[in-house]
Design a protein around this ligand. Structure first.
Ligand SMILES: [Zn+2]
Length: 277
């Protein structure tokens, strides 16, 4: 089911970790950002669009994680974009032997069996530094940053005041840092939040990749909340974060284990950096 969040901007919420697909109406069809997860949900999305007399004319993946790189035959064949760095990361991963089996380890079995692997990750990287998505519709500005994943992009649908945050600024998920691909994940994450904050005053509606839609008043609050969490990680303080502990949303208690894993990984990195050679 599609829900309008701003003029010409709709979302489709998945049952899988409250993932939000975003649909933007253009002149000849729609732009589909992070299409969704379950195969039957994407079929439903395709049907809803057909009933509206619409078809997908462009796609965009905010980052190279499996739950943002899916597509389905029930959606039209359209060019699918990402940042150059995102596409390169996806290409590297998919060029390694056994990548499907490795990817499937992360994916719940009921979803894995529905995946159109032939269409998985078929994205074209936009040239580095591309400011806007090339398509015939409202201008969508690309804010690339290195924080959650290589080549992660937040998107600002300028004329609609909608920020599509990818896996940043969630009310239910803590910041999940890219601890594999960057030399300084903490500082990168803080820089990314600063970059997004530079656009915050133009935002009326915030759509996170997972979680609840935020109104204008919540944009700065969510940035501050993520910044506080990352600073606590940096300073090895216990974060007083509402997404962790008894205040976590029902069904989201597993987020605490993500936090514990990040603490362990960061401690290992610090240990490694201290050990010469
Ligand atoms: Zn992700």
């Amino acid at each position: 089911m599609l829900r309008q969040v701003a003029e010409g901007v709709l979302i489709h919420e998945s049952e899988f970790v409250q993932s939000n697909a975003v649909i933007v109406h253009g002149r000849a069809g729609v732009l589909l950002i992070d299409p969704g997860v379950h195969g039957d949900e994407m079929v439903c999305l395709g049907n809803d669009l057909r009933e509206l007399g619409q078809r997908v004319v462009a796609g965009f993946s905010t980052h190279p994680h499996w739950d943002h790189m899916l597509w389905h035959t029930g959606l039209s064949a359209a060019p699918r974009y990402s940042t150059a760095r995102c596409a390169a990361a996806a290409r590297d991963e998919m060029s390694e032997a056994g990548w499907k089996a490795r990817a499937a380890e992360w994916i719940p079995p009921d979803i894995a069996e529905q995946i159109s692997w032939d269409l998985f990750g078929l994205i074209t990287g936009l040239p580095a530094g591309t400011a806007r998505i090339p398509w015939d519709g409202p201008q969508v500005r690309v804010f690339e940053h290195q924080a959650h994943a290589p080549g992660h992009a937040a998107l600002l649908i300028e004329e609609r005041g909608v920020l599509v945050a990818g896996d940043m600024l969630s009310d239910v998920l803590i910041p999940m840092l890219d601890l594999d691909d960057t030399a300084d994940p903490i500082e990168n994450y803080l820089a990314a939040l600063d970059l997004i904050e530079s656009a915050a005053d133009d935002v009326d509606i915030l759509v996170p990749g997972h979680g609840s839609i935020g109104e204008a008043g919540q944009v700065h609050a969510r940035i501050d909340q993520d910044r506080e969490y990352v600073r606590a990680l940096r300073d090895a303080r216990v974060p007083g974060d509402p997404r962790l502990g008894p205040s976590a949303k029902e069904g989201w208690d597993w987020v605490a284990s993500v936090h514990e894993r990040q603490l362990r990984r960061l401690a290992q990195r610090r240990e490694r950096d201290r050990t010469p050679g």
